[in-house]
Design a binder for this molecule. Sequence first.
Ligand code: HEC
Length: 455
Amino acid sequence: MHTWLNTANIRLSFTLVTGLVSLLCIGTASAQDDAITYNSHVAKILNENCVVCHREGGIGPMQLTNFEQVRPWAPLIQYKVANREMPPYAYDHGIGLQNLTGDWRLEQAEIDTVVAWVNQGSPLGDVDVVPPPANLPDPNAWTFAAELGAPSLIIPSVAIDIPANGNDLWSKHYVETGLTQDRCIKAAQVKPRGDARAVVHHANTDILVPDENGDYEAYGYLTEYAMGKWGELMPDGVCRTLPKDARVHWDIHMFPGGVGPSANGTMIEDNVVELAIWFHDEDFIEQSKPYKQDLRAYLMREGYENNFLVIPPNGYTMTQGFHSFDHPVRIDSYQPHGHLRMNAASLEIFYPETGRTTQISQVSNWSATWHHSHIYSPDEAPLVPAGAVLVIKQWYDNTADNPNNPDPDQWVFDGSRTGDEMSHAWIAVTHLDDAGYETMAAERKTKEDRAVAGN
Ligand code: HEC
């Protein structure tokens, strides 16, 4: 009697079977850890990792502060967490260095817990169990205030009004620091005030100092902010210098109307971006004899400011930049930069003596909404001998498959508008001498040997 089964039925039952199989596959890992509940297991994970953005006034599109709010989103939460799209911190697992300072990624066990909870019907659990509350920073507070106290210096940009919509907008101007002696920076954070968070795409600051004639000349970069970034903490024992009499050059790029869920599409009056700096004590250089550290944009081609970047309509491209130093260095952090077509980036080190290349970092799901400075743990930050080569690779997808692509039919060139592209990586480098390099390498070896012996 089933001979008239048509192809549609077959296809339907096939889909059902594969659906069941994949459900079973997700389900098997969790079968033994039964009864995973919101109150006993999941609330803690969400409170610690999600609520900071998913709360009233946060930048997430919905609130996830209690069971009633979370429950309707359970399937989408499962999807985003299982795919490592939330929390938003794209950095590949299993490739390159994995111990990062300020890493937002969940542990695999936490991901498994959330997945299993949703598979079990996302139950509330025991009403007498009160989940630990979220420990929430004030979104308008400075990230490092809890740890380091109030900033030593705040340098505001000149206020401007940002229209409700329109083309990309830039504000470039100078602000004096008023510093009367050289200081070493311990931490820095750039933060748009209030509603401006949704429209400030990036805000760079660089430093200028007067020469003997009183004319200002470039000294170096101070810090770099881009949407989603939470500030920068310098490693121990290094000096990122802010010289006396310096002035700060603000270069702020805004996207009127805003991007992302917090965009409110209204005029923002008197927009100010603030730069907060925490200094080391005044006698830090005397006392600690620190090495100099700086943050620079390493380009795809030195001296060519992103030049030669061309992406055909519905096509792809890849860029590759090289840089080596005539002295040993330590690589402290890595932050690739691109816009809407860039979808992946990596950092490698090539050692000419051995012909080997080591993979340091890989970001395969890059998105312009989130810019992270991946800070290597002090025990792992790569020690690079003189002459070794940093290899900076970035990939661009101008096809319709790229979910961030506004128009795959456009030719895309290098440029600073959001719809143009860029190819560089911000890298913080500590400049060592041979003695410093030897000492650090030896200290690490001792630590590793001890760890091996301990095992
Ligand atoms: C740093 C801020 C931030 C953190 C932390 C964060 N989110 Fe999000 N989340 C966002 C923003 C912004 C969006 C919307 C834009 C996007 O997808 O990037 C979003 C989108 C989502 C969405 C999709 C909503 C939709 O309608 O498409 C889900 C689900 C989600 N987040 C769940 C989570 C969970 C679960 C966590 C923690 C494990 C988390 N988020 C952590 C900011 C955050």
